[in-house]
Design a protein around this ligand. Structure first.
Ligand SMILES: [Zn+2]
Ligand SMILES: [Zn+2]
Ligand SMILES: [Zn+2]
Length: 217
């Protein structure tokens, strides 16, 4: 973004947080790696919205917005000209039958409602188990991460976070560095820090929120 001159430095961190929190990409060391969902989303956007999802458009729009802010242009005209083009793009995309669904991965977990196998599906909020007999059976359950595989990176120190169980079988998430860092959380940490207060962002049901302040995505 910096190279292409788009966005504002203040928005870079928030952009990366949203991309990872919504599962469009994951972090590998200092690199961002697109997920399957992320690749599909880009494919979709490029197919239907290439007119507005491109660097030239973004830079141009930012300049026009700056002009409005500096009273050099009038916002009605700017919004009008954008909307006239955009509503046709929307109509086209709506009429298409493209889906963001990823290929399900089979598991040995048996659906307790109908006896079919459950499959791992990937949605906007990460992985979950869904019945392979969908749409006849709509059973879904949380995807219990393999305890030997890290669920995310520690928002405090960047090491691995694992899902663990208490004596009573309740799950929690803890940093592998139990001596130095000692991060732990009842909710799944996304691996990101809150842009407001710097504490861990966690996934609670369908929302991503800060473990400390009111911040919510
Ligand atoms: Zn089922
Ligand atoms: Zn840690
Ligand atoms: Zn916060």
């Amino acid at each position: 973004m910096e190279e292409k001159g788009i966005g504002r430095p203040a928005t870079y961190a928030a952009t990366i947080t949203i991309l990872t929190a919504r599962n469009y990409c994951s972090k590998d060391g200092k690199y961002l790696v697109p997920t399957e969902l992320g690749r599909k989303m880009v494919e979709y956007l490029e197919k239907f919205f290439s007119g507005v999802i491109n660097v030239k458009f973004t830079a141009h729009m930012e300049n026009r917005l700056d002009d409005i802010a500096e009273n050099k242009d009038e916002w009605h005209g700017v919004v009008d000209s954008f909307w006239n083009g955009f509503k046709d793009l929307l109509k086209n995309a709506d009429a298409s039958s493209v889906t963001m669904k990823s290929q399900p991965v089979e598991t040995d977990v048996v659906c307790e409602k109908c006896g079919h196998k459950m499959v791992i599906r990937e949605g906007r909020f990460g992985k979950f188990l869904g019945c392979s007999n969908f749409p006849k059976c709509k059973n879904v359950k949380p995807y219990e991460a393999d305890e030997k595989k890290p669920v995310s990176k520690c928002p405090q120190c960047g090491k691995n976070v694992y899902a663990l169980k208490t004596k009573h079988g309740k799950h929690f998430y803890a940093c592998e560095d139990r001596e130095g860092c000692n991060f732990m959380s009842w909710d799944i940490p996304t691996g990101e820090k809150c842009p407001n207060c710097g504490k861990a962002l966690v996934r609670k049901g369908k929302t991503i929120k800060c473990s400390s302040c009111d911040y919510k995505l």
